[in-house]
Structure formats: C-alpha cells, structure tokens
Design a binder for this molecule. Structure first.
Ligand SMILES: Nc1ncnc2c1ncn2[C@@H]1O[C@H](COP(=O)(O)OP(=O)(O)OP(=O)(O)O)[C@@H](O)[C@H]1O
Length: 723
C-alpha cells in the first residue's frame, strides 16, 4: 500500500515536471513566433517600399537587376515564413502534449549497465535542451519498439548503429487527460488485453483514430519495416490494415528525418474521397500534417487530360446493379486490366509508328527538307531508349531546326506553332483516337491477339467498347487503359519525387493498375495492404500478391498475414464468416455482443417501420454512428426517400464527403474501409443478393459493424444468408 502511494507520488511529480518543461518550451515557441511575425511584417514592408518599381519593370532591360533586388528582399521573408510554420507546428504539438504527454513507460537497462532507466513514451518527443535529457521518447523512436514487441525480461531493439540488447523490468500504461493522471497500470499480457478490449468496446468516432497506445507486435513489425522495398499485408476485415498504413506513413516520416524523406516524398493512395476524408485525422494527430493522399481518379486526371472520365463510384454502381450490362461491364473490366490485354497493348504500342502513323515528306519553299521515310527511320531507331511521344517531339524540334537552317534565319515562336499545327500535325498522336481504332478494326485486333488466350465474349467486349468510346464520356476501364498508354508513350515527371507509396484496399486493383503504379513510381518503395475476401465483383486468392510481386520486381519483398480482427464482436465476425468461400482463419478479440438477426416483412410499410424501429433502438443504446447499408446507390436513394420523414437519416452518394456521425444510408461499395457502431443491412432479400460475388458484398457489409448487426428484407430473404 505504502509502496503504491510513493509510486503514485512519483508518477504525479514526474508528470508535473514534464508538463512544466513542455509549458516552458511552449512559451519560448510562442515568443519566437511573435518575433517571427513582426519580422515578416517589417520585411514585407521593406519589400514593398524598395522594390515596387522594380517589380513593374521586371521585363524591361533592367529586369535582371530588378529580379536580383527582389530576391534580396524576398529570400529572408521566405526563410522567416518557413521558420514560422515550423514553430507553429511545434506549438500545436506542445499544446497537445500538455494535455496528455505520454501513454507508456518502460524501465530499461542496457546490457552493460546496472541502472534501469525510465523511458516514457508519447506521441512526440520532449527533450530538455540544456542537459539533452529525454523526458519523452517519440513512439517511433527505436527504443519505443520494445514497448510494442516485448513483455518483461530480456529484450532488444534495432537502432541505426545496430542491435541493442537489454532488460525490461517494468511496463506501465497511463491514462492522462487534460494534464491530470487519471490512472496507470502495470502491464502484463492479460491486463493489456483487457485494456484493449475495453477500448474496442467503446463507440466509434466520426473519423478514424490513432492506435499508438495499443499497436500490436505484428502490426509494429510492419509499421517499422525498413528492409523491404515491397511490403505487402494480407489482413482480414478489421485487422488494422488502414491503421497500419497510416502509422507506417508517420513512421516513415520520422525515419525520413535521417534519410531526408519529406512529406511530399510519401503518397497514400485511397479507394475514394469519403474514405480519404475518414482517415484524414490520423496523420495530423500523429503530428504529420502534410502527407499527400490521392485517389486513383486523381492519377487518371493527371495523365489523361481534357476528358470527362467516369468516376470509380459510377463504374462500381453500374457493375454491381442488377442490370443487363452487369456481365459485360465485368468481363470488359476484367479483360482490359488483365495480363493478356497488356500483352496486346504492348504489341499495339510497337505497331503504332508502323500502322497508325503516316509519315509525310516535309517541304518548305518548294524544297524537300526531310522525307517521310527518313522521319520514320529516325522515330524507329531510338524507340527503345525514349518513349514514342517524347521521341516524336524531339524529332519535331529537329525538323524545325532543319527548316530554320534552310531559311537561314531562326524561326519565330509564332512560326513554330504554325508549322507544328500544319506541317507536323501527322506526328501528333491522339491517343483516344488511336485506342478507338484498336476496337473498331476487329480483324486488326484479332491479328494482334494472335496466340493470346481471349475471353469467350471477346466480340461483345469489342462492340461494347466501340459504343462506349463513341460517347462523350470516357468510361473508367478505358480511362485506366488510356492512362497506361499515355504513360508508356509520354512518361510522366509529376511523381518523380515520390519515394514511398502506401496503397490501401489493394484487392480492388487489377494487374493493369499495378503496372500503372510501377510506371508512375518506378523508384519508390511500396506498402500494399489488402484483403482477398473483400473484393468487389472479382475473385482473388493469395496469387494476387504473387502477381504484385512480379509486376514490381523489387529486390526485397515480404508478405505478412494478419488474422485477428479488432473491429467486430465475436458474434458479428462469426456471422460474416458464412459468406467466405475459402475457409479463412479469423480470430476475434473475444468481445461479446448480440447475435445478428434477420427481420423479414411482407410489405413496404412494415419493412420501413422495422428499420426505423431498429434505428431508434440503436440511438437509445447510445450508438453514435449507424450505417444502413444497401447494395447500390439507387437502392440507397430509394430507401432514403422512404425514410427521410420518419427518421433523421443522411444519404451518402458518390462524391459525398462527411463526418460519419449520425445515421447514414450508404451503398456497400462506399462503406468499404469504414466502420459503424451499428449496421443494418437493409436489402438482404433474394432478389438483391444471389450470386457468389454478392457473398463478398455481404461479408464487407457485415464486417463494418463494431457492436451490433441486423439484416432486413422485404419478401424472401437471400439464400446466401443460410449457413
Ligand atoms: N492495435 C490496435 N489497437 C486498437 N485498435 C485497433 C488496433 N488495430 C486496429 N484497431 C481498430 O480496429 C478497427 C479496424 O481497423 P482498420 O480499419 O485499420 O482495419 P482494416 O484491416 O483496414 O479493416 P477493413 O479491411 O475491414 O477495412 C479500427 O477501429 C481500429 O482503430
């Protein structure tokens, strides 16, 4: 008892000291930014006073001096602004730190020393400048890995200088809020599990949360991996893949301090904007504000310009809806993103300058400057070193030089543009037009596809694509192919700086997508996370990861499997398992809840009443996020129209961006990656869910629920619900 009291006193006093130090540094940082601010204002004034004339004259004969003068005044401002921003960032971190400086402590003794040191671990580090003493270690620091990976006893961790061994005789966890120590406990496996179970049984928040306090050993191994150029994770629903992806990005940033990795060197690729919004809090909470995140459509838009492209959500809506086009859309996507079609595309690319370009003689003032045959030779001679589009540009410039020479004077800019538009037009490639030709000339298509295995419905795919390409919209599958062709023909510089790419929900990409990632980020390292059981309208097995490995062809790669789900209760997880064809080993965190129930109604009114009554019960139970999942957007819209006057519900459509707090109606493909306290699968009838692919949708829908899951249907329940 006495001992406990002194321990508590010790912890309280340690917390006070830590907060006092953080406050001192906060005051200093604030002071510094007051100074920075006034320095920026006066430097700006000086710039205005001394350079206003020069800016106006920038393009005149004294332009260069004006520019130099401008630089002389502008550079100090830029430096001050950068410093101001860095200090602002520090202020934010310190403000958070004062509220809750650390969450864990380990007492660690280095192998060759006698004394155990108290290592406090928090979201960011705190060091006393005068003594260099660490009051808090960042959770990403090498020594902090001991907390995540070991219980008590002999331990080790890998530091930049090599492996360090030692001993741990205490592991303690804290709950500190608003600067007050709420409680602490000394951790052994059982207590830690209990702590985590309690944490997981809380209600979800509108945005994804960090998990720094409870990262599991196997998760930590992936987060900190620096050995592999390609790290792949196959993890069951709710096993923490997205959490790992984000914590890994934060870890890479921390590591980047020594390897000069900046925020714009990391790219996170998310499945859609809603998901992007859902995860947008995690990195800032971990102190990393600026990591860039994109969705695949952003990539398409940056490569295929000036086209109206069908969104992925629109594509999925068509793919999943039970319309006459469902099969052909699916076959077309599968084929166009397959290795077989890739081979055809590569043959087509080789063929472009032979078959699809007419090289004409270039004549100027009655004189033949260069023959078409010669241009063609030049194009073909360097085709392996430089992409075709770039080569054509270079040769175009060379021809303009030849014309200048024959004219014996330099061509003016306007003349060059005119010649490009008139004489060299045949050297331009309109890729969409060329791609259209591939599908319009069936005989040619089949000649290219010689010896390649084609799907039985190849003819239908050709006709379907022809028709689509004749519309104003570029369909998602064709836009993906055109992105590939564009990259092969022109290359791209935009993503040259990217050194680390993190791809979540990898199971939804096809081989062609991975080829595109490979072309875009040829020098980058990849972290790829997915679940072969959560595909949309496609079958996957572990060979997905083999394919990825083959496409990226990295020196060192690894595949880690995660089979423990942190999200759902036992009952929900077990219910979801019935939809998996392959027997998958999934462990739950042994959290208990109610068994999911199926409710059927014979008419619309009682069907809607049942749903409204369940929503009310969920709200009464205190659940803050409730997801009403429908198969498609069309069905979601219909349900919304029927319920909106009976309950406070919101509809999530293709491009909705919102906080997930409240009651939502959402199509299943948009619910991927998200989670809700309670889920109602609203259209679990036999007409809606019937195929093998639909089973995966049901699996995805069920595993969105943390605490409560129920299924509703009008008419006959889907036979897929039977075990
Ligand atoms: N180590 C952990 N400690 C606490 N919570 C965790 C941990 N790992 C995961 N979780 C929680 O489990 C839930 C699922 O995590 P996450 O969304 O990252 O899983 P996922 O594998 O990406 O799921 P899905 O594939 O179904 O989208 C989240 O609420 C997350 O906070």
């Amino acid at each position: 008892m006495e001992n406990n009291r002194t321990e508590l006193e010790f912890e309280k006093s340690r917390l006070e000291q830590t907060i006092a130090l953080a406050k001192e540094q906060l005051d200093q940082a604030r002071e510094r930014n007051v100074e920075n601010k006034s320095a920026i204002i006066s430097a700006k004034k000086e710039l205005r006073e001394n350079t206003s004339h020069s800016i106006a004259n920038l393009w005149s004969s004294e332009g260069f001096e004006a520019l130099a003068a401008l630089n002389q005044y502008a550079n100090p401002i830029t430096d001050k602004i950068a410093d101001y921003e860095a200090v602002e960032n520090k202020i934010l971190l310190l403000e958070k730190m004062i509220q809750s400086p650390y969450f864990a402590r380990i007492d660690f003794k280095f192998e060759d020393e006698d004394i155990f040191e108290n290592i406090y671990i928090g979201r960011t580090s705190l060091k006393k400048d005068e003594t260099n003493e660490f009051f808090i270690y960042d959770w990403r620091s090498p020594i902090a890995s001991v907390f995540y990976r070991f219980v008590l006893g002999q331990v080790f961790y890998d530091a930049p200088g090599g492996r360090i061994t030692g001993e741990v005789n205490l592991k303690r966890q804290y709950e500190i809020s608003e600067g007050e120590l709420e409680y602490y406990f000394d951790a052994d496996v059982q207590i830690v599990d209990e702590f985590l179970r309690k944490l997981l049984s809380q209600n979800t928040s509108p945005k994804m949360k960090t998990i720094v306090e409870t990262i599991q050993r196997e998760q930590d191994i992936v987060i900190r991996d620096m050995e592999n150029d390609l790290m792949m994770v196959q993890g069951v629903a709710g096993s923490g893949k997205t959490s790992i992806a984000l914590h890994r990005a934060a870890y890479l940033m921390y590591q980047g301090l020594s390897s000069k990795l900046a925020a714009d060197n990391i790219l996170i690729i998310s499945p859609n904007s809603l998901f992007e919004q859902y995860i947008s809090n995690v990195l800032p909470e971990l102190g990393e504000e600026h990591v860039v995140s994109v969705v695949f459509e952003d990539i398409i838009a940056s490569v295929v310009k000036n086209e109206q492209v069908q969104s992925r959500n629109q594509f999925l809506e068509n793919l999943i809806s039970n319309t006459q086009y469902r099969d052909i859309i699916k076959s077309s996507m599968e084929f166009k993103t397959s290795r077989q079609f890739l081979e055809i595309l590569d043959r087509f690319l080789d063929d472009l300058p032979h078959k699809w370009m007419n090289f004409e003689d270039i004549c100027y003032d009655g004189e033949c400057i260069i023959s078409g045959e010669m241009i063609k030779d030049k194009v073909l001679s360097g085709i392996n070193e430089t992409p075709l589009g770039i080569r054509l540009k270079l040769i175009g410039e060379y021809i303009l030089e030849l014309i200048s020479e024959s004219k014996k004077t330099r061509l003016r800019k306007s003349e060059k543009i005119l010649m490009n538009e008139e004489m060299l037009k045949f050297m331009e490639l309109d890729l969409k037009d060329v791609y259209r030709k591939l599908f319009h000339d069936k005989e040619y298509f089949y000649s290219l596809a010689k010896d390649i295995e084609l799907p039985g419905c190849m003819d239908q795919i050709l006709t379907f694509t022809q028709e689509n390409l004749d519309t104003n919209m570029l369909y998602y599958d064709d836009a993906t192919v055109l992105t590939y062709l564009n990259l092969k023909i022109y290359g791209i510089n935009k993503y040259k700086a990217i050194k680390q790419v993190v791809i979540d929900e990898a199971q939804d990409y096809y081989p062609l997508h991975f080829e595109i990632f490979h072309l875009l980020f040829s020098k980058a390292k990849f972290t790829i996370l997915g679940d072969i059981n959560q595909t949309l309208e496609k079958r996957e097995d572990l060979s997905l990861y083999k394919q990825i490995r083959k496409i990226f062809n990295k020196k060192k790669s690894s595949l880690v499997t995660m089979d423990k789900s942190f999200r759902c209760t036992n009952e929900i997880l077990n219910y979801g398992l019935r939809f998996l064809e392959q027997s998958t080993e999934i462990k739950s965190f042994n959290r208990k809840g109610d068994e999911p129930e199926i409710y059927t109604a014979n008419d619309q009114i009682s069907y809607h009443n049942m749903i409204v009554s369940e929503v009310k019960s969920c709200l009464k139970m205190g659940y803050q996020s409730i997801g009403l999942i429908c198969k498609t957007e069309k069905k979601a819209l219909f349900l919304y129209e029927s319920l909106k006057d009976k309950a406070d519900v919101q509809l999530i459509k293709s491009e909705s961006i919102t906080d997930l707090q409240g009651v939502f109606i959402i199509p299943v493909y948009m619910s991927k990656g998200l989670e809700f306290d309670a889920v109602l699968i609203c259209d679990a009838d036999a007409e809606t869910y019937y195929s093998q692919d639909d089973k995966k949708l049901l699996y995805i829908a069920c595993t969105r629920a943390l605490h409560r899951l129920n299924l509703f249907c009008m008419g006959e329940a889907s036979p897929l619900l039977n075990k």
